[in-house]
Ligand binder design. Structure first.
Ligand code: 5AD
Ligand code: SF4
Length: 450
């Protein structure tokens, strides 16, 4: 009998991809994904613990689920991802209505774990971490990806190329929640990309916490020969049928000249780069354990723009890191003025358990953090709008998506959303030249002028 699973995903693209994997694994166990929590037989919260706020959101939803479990005791409640990994048993003590706690390396076995739950009168917790863990071959998607479904952007997909992180930036929980850095075998990645292309996918985004160090910590080729991230990009770009390639995320310290050259050499590599800088102040970068200076960062940006002048650069910023002075914050603002990022994600520093910055002195007052964040975001908004206006009057290659029958939008190579004002029917999935006629804060407007 068919059962309904409701999945709520918090956090990053890595989690989005993990949720997809869980949904697809569960289809072999008779589950279909539903959009409503109320009728679900199984609820999965795929969680994020990067900042305290993300974790609080999970906790409040879990609190609310207690009522549902009382009303319908047969419903199964599963917590997966980073909060599950970090809290494990403690989470169950606080929230005894949970049935299954799955850490980041165990999402692939969710179907099997649910079966075990049938014959268990206790909750199951799976949070072990294996240093030699390998992301399983996972290519059973083709049948599920119906291109007829216009509500989802069926032409773009994520492919995970590595898991974990070895960098230990002092504020970051990722090395603890996702474990040691492990790269996937190149063959598994390529097989997965091929399956996606066969089912009509045209754009792939490669995912990892720090893609630049792909292939460094474990063997990824059958021959035993090394394979770097640029090598992987060249290999993937050769696969017939792929129209666009993107990747995220990169730590600036590992951004190599070879990778910069890829932007010149690989035509399907989109002119978009997310390069988190975190702060514009060297003393803060040092205390963040980022291992680059503002000058290093500026030089890398300059070479990137030299290699691909139309590149749109985005970044992540943390304000109010312990010890951040007004002068340190001003240095971040100065960097924003210098680079004029196309966009950024900015956050107030949040103490995370187990990280080394947690114990640093001179924590910045919450009010000061909020003020700095507002100043940064308001200037970034202006710059993003000005950057967007630079596109007005130019033609951009846009991959068409249907938002509903007869209404279209798309994305430029720079990853800007373009709303298309058009009466004619467009073919979703096609790459078309779109003439940009208007720029807003978060998106562009364009026409195809056929
Ligand atoms: N506090 C605030 N922001 C954080 N990030 C990571 N850890 C923290 C933290 N403890 C931000 C960084 C990272 C992004 C994914 O989240 O900017 O690049
Ligand atoms: Fe966290 Fe730093 Fe690793 Fe990024 S590179 S996941 S910020 S530890």
């Amino acid at each position: 009998m068919q059962k309904l699973v409701f999945i709520k995903t918090f956090g990053c693209q890595m989690n989005e991809r993990d949720s997809e994997i869980m949904s697809q694994s569960l289809s072999a166990y008779g589950y279909v994904e539903g959009l409503e929590l109320e009728n679900a037989d199984l609820v999965i919260l795929n969680t994020c613990s990067i900042r305290a706020k993300a974790e609080q959101k999970v906790m409040s939803l879990l609190g609310a689920l207690r009522k549902l479990k009382i009303q319908r005791p047969e419903i199964k409640i599963c917590v997966a991802g980073c909060v599950a990994q970090q809290e494990g048993e403690q989470l169950l003590q606080r929230m005894p209505h949970i049935d299954l706690i799955i850490g980041t390396q165990h999402i692939y076995t969710i179907g099997h774990l649910l079966e075990s739950l049938e014959s268990s009168d206790k909750a199951i917790i799976k949070t072990g971490m294996d240093e030699t863990f390998a992301i399983p071959k996972f290519i059973s998607e083709s049948k599920k990806l119906a291109l007829g479904d216009l509500s989802t952007p069926a032409f773009r997909k994520f492919v995970t190329i590595m898991q974990g992180c070895n960098n230990y930036c002092s504020y970051c929980v990722v090395p603890y929640t996702r474990g040691r850095e492990i790269s996937r075998k190149i063959k598994d990645i390529i097989d997965e990309v091929k399956v996606l292309l066969e089912s009509g996918i045209k754009e792939i985004t490669l995912l990892g916490q720090n893609v630049n160090s792909y292939g460094r910590t474990n063997q990824v080729t059958e021959s035993g020969l090394p394979c770097s991230f640029p090598d992987l990009l060249y290999r993937i770009a050769e696969i017939p049928g792929l129209q666009r390639l993107r990747f995220t995320t990169s730590n600036p310290k590992d951004l190599s000249d070879e990778l910069i050259r890829c932007f010149k050499d690989i035509s399907i590599l989109c002119p978009q780069f997310h390069l988190p800088v975190q702060s514009g102040s060297d003393p803060i970068l040092r205390r963040m354990n980022r291992k680059y200076t503002v000058q290093n960062y500026l030089e890398k940006v300059e070479s990137l723009l030299h290699s691909r002048p139309d590149l749109a650069l985005t970044t992540d910023i943390i304000v109010g890191f312990p010890g951040e002075t007004d002068a340190d914050f001003q240095a971040t603002m100065d960097l924003l003025e210098k680079i004029r990022f196309h966009g950024s994600f900015s956050f107030k520093y949040s103490d995370r358990p187990g990280t080394s910055s947690n114990v640093l002195p001179d924590k910045v007052d919450e009010g000061v953090k909020s003020k700095r964040l507002a100043i940064f975001q308001s200037r970034q908004d202006q710059i993003s709008l000005e950057r967007n206006r630079e596109y007005v009057g130019t033609a951009r290659s846009v991959m068409i998506e249907a938002i509903r029958p007869g209404a279209f939008q798309g994305r430029t190579g720079t990853n800007h959303i373009v709303h298309i004002e058009e009466d004619a029917a467009l073919m979703p999935g096609n790459l078309l030249d779109v003439f940009i006629v208007h720029a807003g804060q978060h998106s562009l407007k364009g026409e195809t002028r056929n």
